[in-house]
Design a binder for this molecule. Structure first.
Ligand code: GTP
Ligand code: MG
Length: 197
């Protein structure tokens, strides 16, 4: 896909603040620090567009980015950061479920997991929700550059066993590995959205 324009639109702390122009939307979900913002920047080739940080658990809002004036990327807050309060953790669940259950424009959810590890309990829970709400989704196993190709293969095999209902793609935002495949998935999801609406 050729990126003609990509702009940050808003941060939404509640449902009333979600965008309302009915454009198709791609959501990025995953635990804190897994690389959601890095993936967005790398897909869009805009370095500082989605803020990346070494301070996990900071983003508490859904950040909306408008691409080519025709679809949105939604960067969701990360989950699973140990140092946040119980309340913040509970709020994450409410927010995520509200979003997944109600966001009609959502045409593809991209769930990021760390290629180096087995999915966490919260990764499994999110994946269950995606399946439960019948959300079109893919798993992106990121930070693939941190593994040798042999170890990556093994790890992907383990992840596939644990998430048998999901399509899994390996990715690295430092090398760009897997980027074309992710764009293909996004392109297909956008076509589906237009076919069905
Ligand atoms: P929150 O917004 O806190 O939920 O985090 P996030 O999921 O948006 O993660 P972010 O993109 O901020 O990345 C966290 C850290 O991981 C940063 O230091 C990134 O540079 C690093 N990182 C992200 N993706 C990759 C990758 O593919 N390879 C490597 N080596 N590092 C990565
Ligand atoms: Mg982020």
């Amino acid at each position: 896909m050729k990126i003609i324009s990509a702009e940050f639109v808003k941060s939404a702390f509640k449902r009333e603040h979600w965008t309302t122009d009915s454009l198709p939307e791609i959501a990025f979900l995953g635990r804190s620090n897994v690389g959601k913002s890095s993936l967005i920047n790398s897909l869009l080739q805009r370095k500082g567009l989605a803020r990346t940080s070494n301070t996990p658990g900071r983003t508490q809002s859904i950040n909306f980015f408008l691409i080519n004036e025709s679809f949105y990327f939604a960067d969701l807050p990360g989950y699973g950061y140990a140092k946040v309060s119980k309340q913040t953790r509970a709020d994450w669940g409410v927010m995520a479920e509200e979003y997944l259950a109600n966001r009609n424009e959502l045409t593809l959810s991209i769930q990021l997991i760390d290629a180096r590890h087995n999915p966490t309990a919260l990764d499994l829970q999110l994946n269950e929700w995606l399946n439960f709400y019948r959300k079109n989704h893919i798993i992106v196993a990121t930070k693939a550059d941190k593994l040798s190709s042999n170890k990556l293969k093994k790890s992907l095999f383990e992840i596939e066993k644990m998430l048998p209902e999901s399509k899994i793609l390996a990715y690295s935002s430092t090398t760009g590995k897997g980027k074309e495949q992710i764009w293909t998935e996004i392109g297909n999801a956008l076509n589906n959205f237009h076919r069905n609406s």
